[in-house]
Design a protein. Structure first.
Length: 161
């Protein structure tokens, strides 16, 4: 059984039953403070493949969207209007929930831990940061401008803007 908590109120927001609807859950992320949850099957009794991201609506008690890939999904990040699916060597960015469409696919170096963060909200500039191609570097992509990424060396030297 998967439970979602809101820490401000320290209360249970949603309880998603394991077996009948979605099987066991590998990991899950709440979409801002809404009734939507992005989740990937996993655990002991998965019902769906690990290469799919399901968007579950707690109000209607069903899956409302599904994004399927050719590799296992190892991380998911969500904001009000963006969903980021992290695979081993690429990142997919989608607009959603209304009229979902793929905004970009970003090739990355091998990222087995699914390290990636998304900041910003609806109507503001979205920042996506993830490991760069050079070991010890980070790549920052601003609002879908893939042609001008910022690359940082972890030790504080900016070597490309």
């Amino acid at each position: 059984m998967c439970r979602a908590f809101e820490w401000n109120l320290i209360s249970v927001i949603c309880v998603i039953p394991d077996e009948p609807l979605i099987g066991s859950v590998g990991f899950c992320e709440m979409v801002y403070r809404s009734n939507l949850f992005a989740m990937v099957s996993g655990g002991t009794r998965p019902k769906y493949a690990d290469n799919s991201v399901l968007v579950y609506d707690d109000t209607s008690k069903r899956s409302v969207l599904e994004f399927t890939f050719n590799q296992p999904v190892i991380g998911v990040r969500c904001k009000r209007d963006r969903l980021v699916a992290i695979l081993k060597n690429r990142i997919h960015v989608f607009s959603y929930p209304s009229n979902p469409e793929k905004l970009m696919t970003i090739p990355t170096r091998e990222n087995p831990l699914g390290l990636c963060e998304l900041s910003g909200g609806s109507g503001s500039q979205n920042l996506l940061i993830f490991p760069g191609f050079k070991i010890g570097s980070l790549q920052l992509v601003v609002s879908g401008k893939l042609n001008s990424p910022w690359i940082f060396v972890i030790h504080g030297i900016l070597y490309r803007i």
